[in-house]
Design a binder for this molecule. Sequence first.
Ligand code: MOS
Length: 712
Amino acid sequence: MSESGAATRQDGPLKTTGAARYLDDLRIEGALEGVLVTAPTGPGTVTVDVAAARSAPGVVTVFGPGDLALAGGLDHWALGQNNLPLADDRVRYAGQPVALVVAASRAQAARAADAVVVSVAAEPARADFQRLLAEGTEIEDWAPTRSLVGDPDAGEAEADVIVTGRYTTADRHHVPLEPPGAVARWDGDRLEVWTSTQWVFGVRGALAQALAIEPDRITVRAGFVGGGFGSKGSTWPHEILAAAAARRLERPVRLVLPRVQTFAAAGHQPRTAQEVSLAARRDGTLTALRHTSWSAAAMDEDYVEHGSLGSRTMYACPSIATRDLIVRLDRPQPTFMRAPHEGPGMPALEIAMDELAEALGLDPLELRLRNYAEQDPTSGKPFSSKALRECYRIGAERFGWSRRRAVPGTWREGDELVGVGMASALMATFRFGATAKVTVGRDGGIVVEAAAHEIGNGAGTVLAQIAAESLGAPVERVRVVLGETTLPEAGGTFGSGTTLSVGSAVHAAAEQLRERLSDLAGEPGLTAAEYPELLALRRLDQVSETATWAPRREDAAWAMNAYGAVFVEVGVDPLVPVPRVRRVVGVYSCGRILNPALARSQLIGGITWGIGQALLEESRTDPVDGRFLAPGLGGYSIPGQSDVPDIDASFVAEHDERASRIGARGVGEIGTIGIGGAIANAVFNATGVRVRDLPIRPEHLLGRIDGRAAVR
Ligand code: MOS
C-alpha cells in the first residue's frame, strides 16, 4: 500500500479544529443531567438520605438504593461488573454508586449531590493485598490459566544457574482524555443510547440484559471516542443508570462522570505480584522456566490479569510452568488495560532475563538470541509469522547496543549515571469475526460501513485505505461510517484487533464489490473512474456488497503474536535518583503495516504508556478500606512531555497471510509491553541497583547506589 499508505488521518482536521463532536458535545432535546453519589467507604450497608437533595433547585428526582429496581447480579460478558448499581443497600467497595441525582443542569445536580447524606455501616475490609498474599489465605488458583510442559524439577536439576525473583506492578488507571459518559433517550419501548464506548454491540447486549428488553429495541451510538485503553471495552454502571433513569423519568438523561469518579467506575489494571524462576546452563540455554502471577481481583467478580501468559511462549525452553492466581479484595472490578496480561507480566520475565544474563556474565541480547523460540514452546505450534530476530538486529544497530558497558555504574555523564537496557515484547494476537459493507454511489463516492470505533487509533483512515486500494480509487473518495449498532456488526475495538479483523472484512466486501461491478459492466479490469458511468448506464444509484471475515478453523494450527525488541538509555542522578529516559529504540514485528505513520503513532503512544508504567503510574489504595487514595489527575501521574524523549519506533517489513486477509497482525498494544522491563534493566546498568517493583521510585534507589559510582 505504498501510495495510499501515506494517507493522513481523515479525522485529523475535525479533531484539531474542535469540529469532532464527543459525547458531552451532543445537544439532546430535553435532556436532563445526572450526577452520581458514591460510597465514601466500604464494604458495608448504606443508608442514603435524599430528602434535602430532592428539594434542591432544579432537581427532578434522586434515585437511591433499590429505587430503579435493577436485578442484583447479571452475567452478560460485556458487563464490566456483574453487580448492578443501586440494586440494594449493600456497598461492595468504596466508590460504588449509591444514589443518582437528576436535575435540569449538571451544576444543579452536582450541588444537590453534595446534599445527599450517605452513611455506611462499614465492615472490616479485605484491602491489604500484600498482607493477604503473605498469609496466603485469600489466594485462589485460577486453574484454566495454568500451563505446564516438560518437567521443571528435572530442568532445574540439570541447570548451572537458577535465578529467582519476586516482582510487582502497581494498580493503574486508564485516564482517557474523554471521561466515560452516556446519554439515554427512550421513544416508547425503543431505547437510543449515545455512549463513549469501544464496543457498541457489547453495550447493546449488556443493556438488554440489565433492562430486560430485547436487544433489537436498542440502538447504541459511539461517535468519536476520546480514548479508552480498555476502560470503555465493557459496559459500566453509569451506562445502565442513564438508561434506567431515562426510562423511569420518560426524559433523556445524560450522565458524564467527573474525573475523580472514573477511578472506581470503569475498571483499572490490577496490581500484581509475580515470581519468576529461570534455570539455565552455563551457555545461557534455558532448562526450566517458572512464572506465577498473583493479581488483585474483586469479590464476586471475574476479571483476572493473566500475568504469566507471555512466559508460555516467549523463549525456547523444554520445561515451562505458568500459573495465574488472584487475591480477592473489596474493590471495584479491574478490567483490561492496554496491554492486558502481557503488559504487567512481561516486565517480570524480562527483568528476570536480565538478572540471568548478569549471573552468567552474558550480554542480555545474546541471552535472548540463544533462547530464541522457533516455535511456540508450550503449544508446539509454528508461528504464523515472526520477525523478532530482525527486530533484535535492527534495534541493536540503531541503538548502538554494542557500546553498552557490561559493568553497572561505570558510565557517567555530568551529574548522571547512564545505563542501557533492553527487553523483548510479545503480545498474543486477538482476532474476531467482523462484517463490513462497502457501497459505491453514482457520483463515484465510496462508503465503508462497519460498527468498529474511532477511539483515536486511526481506524477510520485505515479502513478507508483498504477499500480505496481494493477498488483502485483515491482514498479521498472514501467515507467511513463507524460506531453504531445500525451498522454491520464488527466486534469491539480492543485487543489490537480492529485493523486486522474489520480491515479483512472491508477488504472482502470491497473485492466482492469490484467483481460485481465488473460483472455488471461485462468486462474485467474496470477502474474506479468508470464506476459513475457504469451506474448511470445501468440506472443504479448505488451498488453495495457486504462481507464477513472470521478466523478460520484451520488457523488454530498456528501461534500468532506481535513481537518487539526495545532498547532504552536512562540517566540517574545519584543524589536525586529520579530515572530519566534519554533514548528509546523499539523495533516491532506486527505483520503488514498498512499505514506507517498511524501505526508508528500507536507505538509512540504505547511506549509513552510503558514509561508511565515503569516510572510514574500507581494508584495507591487505603490499606484499611481499599479505596483509591488520590483519584483524579491531581493524585495520579502520567507521563508529560518532559518525561518522554525522542522515540525511534519502527516495524520490520512483513506479511502475515495466516493472521488476516490483509497480512496484518495487531499494532495497538505491543508498544506498551517491552518498555517497562527495558527501563528497569537500564536503571540496573546505570546504578547497579536491581529494582523489581514498578513504578521505579526515588526511594527504590536512594542510599542504594554504590558509593564509588555516586562520587562526583
Ligand atoms: Mo484494549 S485493553 O484491549 O482496549
